[in-house]
Design a protein around this ligand. Sequence first.
Ligand code: NAD
Ligand code: UDP
Length: 321
Amino acid sequence: MAKERVLITGAAGFLGSHLCDKFIAEGYYVIGMDNLITGSMDNIAHLMKLEDFEFYNHDVTKYVHVPGKLKYILHFASPASPIDYLKIPIQTLKVGAHGTHNLLGLAKEKKARILVASTSEVYGDPMVHPQTEEYYGNVNPVGPRGVYDEAKRFMESITMAYHTYHDLETRIVRIFNTYGPRMRLNDGRVLPAFIGQALRGEDLTVFGDGSQTRSFCYVSDLVDGIYKLLLSDYAQPVNIGNPGEITISEFADEIIKLTGTDQKVVYKDLPKDDPKQRQPNIKKAKELLGWEPKVSRAEGLKITYDYFKSLDKEKLFQKEH
Ligand code: NAD
Ligand code: UDP
């Protein structure tokens, strides 16, 4: 029997590439789509020779056409690091708006179920802590992060509209800070930033006074949660993340210990609208999906550090920003 076919956008990115691995392992035929604006073919080089994988180099803000049947669509294309979306703000808005619209249209045509990658950023700088799915958020639409946050909020709205008005089967995952192998060393996110600095023998740059918090989820846990959500019958947004909350100062100390660097922490200005605290309430994911994270930060950081250590020296010293 022919394998069921899944389209994954953002396939050459960090999360998209892990999702491709997961769906291939689960016995699907995977079509990966990406325009490589922040992703890299290195992340999917191991898949290119497989019979169950096909790659389309395509910008999803342009009309998306895929021949044949599709069972599922996972829309993960979008810049995800603050440095990236500040550098390409209009593309960020377009991929969240036009890109999502195109993929919803494709899902409707193919009668496919679609899952879209939303984010904890829809809660902005949250006034409710930990964040529950019922919280509407505190987003500055005209601040620098607005291009990402509002694109994702629009993505959720249009996805829900297709569900309500076209009866489309839709799923919305709100992803909290996730890390692991295949993150881009220079994408500006805090984990690759700190590990890269430690490996290059530079001081670790903590923004602000380091009292802001984040909660870091290891990528395999996130992928499991997404898979379970896709197969569930729940169309409302669901938080997937690891509730283990930590200040950025404590996080820098953990990286210093992990890497054994003798560099110190230096303090830089806090970027505008940087959320002061973030922690997922995962009651819904636990109750509806029977999901909770399994990988401790110590384990996940060790695997991720080993990955970054194994990269070419050239990559380590490549400066993008
Ligand atoms: P990433 O930058 O590694 O991957 C994004 C991929 O999308 C890249 O390969 C990029 O080239 C591709 N892309 C961007 N615009 C495109 C377009 N117009 N057409 C086709 N491809 C395009 O980022 P990531 O961390 O893997 O994030 C993936 C998704 O998950 C994003 O939608 C992001 O908003 C969401 N998300 C991630 C996190 C996280 O912690 N990693 C948290 C919340 C939400
Ligand atoms: N951060 C930092 N130093 C860096 C990069 C980031 O202190 O070199 C901080 C950033 O200000 C934020 C936190 O780490 O408070 C997480 O930043 P990241 O860009 O990883 O994700 P997001 O802000 O989107 O959660």
